[in-house]
Design a protein around this ligand. Sequence first.
Ligand code: GLA
Length: 418
Amino acid sequence: MASAPPDQHRIERLIEALETEFPAEPDSARVEIARAPGRVNLIGDHTDYNEGFVLPVAIELDTWIAFRRRQDGHVRVASRQSRETGSFWIDQLAPVDGRGIANGSATGMSRGSGRDSGGPHWTDYVAGAAWSLREATLPVRGFDGVVDSSLPLGSGLSSSAALELVSALALLGGGHVLAAPALAALAQRAERDYVGVDCGIMDQFASAAGREGRALLLDCRSLETRHVALPWGLRVVVCDTGSPRDLRNPAHRDRRAECGRVVALLSEKMPGLCSLRDLDMASLRRHRALLPDAAARRAEHVVAENGRVLATVGALEAGDLDQLGRLFAESHASLRDLYEVSAPALDTMVEVATAVPGVVASRMTGAGFGGCTVNLVLADAVPALQAAVSREYDRRTGLRGRVYPVAAVDGAGPLATV
Ligand code: GLA
């Protein structure tokens, strides 16, 4: 007998898990399934919160949720990847202060690895989505749900954005009419104002608005988008360094503060300067003496990186592989030397990949300090890259690198009602 397509297996496993965790009752609603992809950013890092440009791709590694909507505002949620479950009442979620939250009023919320022990718990992202949608006075209802993710956690592929988005889809139910930008903004608010991680808009936007076979050019000021076709024969390959990154790293907050400082210092000389998006290289050079050296280097990265995003769009459209290689190399060097968010593992991964014939472009991607590199690779060179990582990278770092060739996929949405 021919085997069913893998997606069908995944649906069946997820429904089984839902029936085990939260057995259906006679008046239970039908089971709905929704999915949200992770993302990898081709180029444009640390530009989103400076109102600049980014060029992410929604990837086939993703998060699914199977859920039954409830009549009340109770949410009960479990995960195929974690033994810890969570439950809360939507109307009892409340920020404790204006910065992060202690979710004091949620009932029965798992606390095993929660904020009390320093990091967010996975269910905080679900609760954050509920809080954010409720604050926006959207018609949310509770649900019983089970999530299943193929995204490696803590690798910088936006597993948290995907979880926020599937949670939002479950809270709204299949009939919702929210467009991708609105969904992305609500999910970002969940992460920033509820979970307390000061992220930009890129991750949630990419997960909400990605498109099959295309990268997403996003102007983080106007939120205008353009889908850019990836050249035929070129694969996007993610290399995970095996060295986790953490957005709560104080250095991440410091970088944002330095960018804000540059704007504050230069706006005296440059009226109308609202963010680093408004700065050009000539003005930065002219006023450089007014800035602390580190802050000036952060700004130099952001200004040049915005230009590289637009140049990368041109190179993708022209199929100019040499230019793609140069732009990725410049971006990596800038993130390493000017923005100072690379790490030895990321630098080594880029070195190993760049030495493989057929690897067109390679750079660190995302927040930095660990996580992944992104590579553009001729399709027939992918096995050589995989071999080089397991041979060279692992030997040189003592870490276990992983290689994920990824297809560009559509953004978050409902999958099925069963
Ligand atoms: C993280 C943040 C994004 C973005 C990147 C760096 O992924 O969540 O908003 O700032 O880092 O480009």
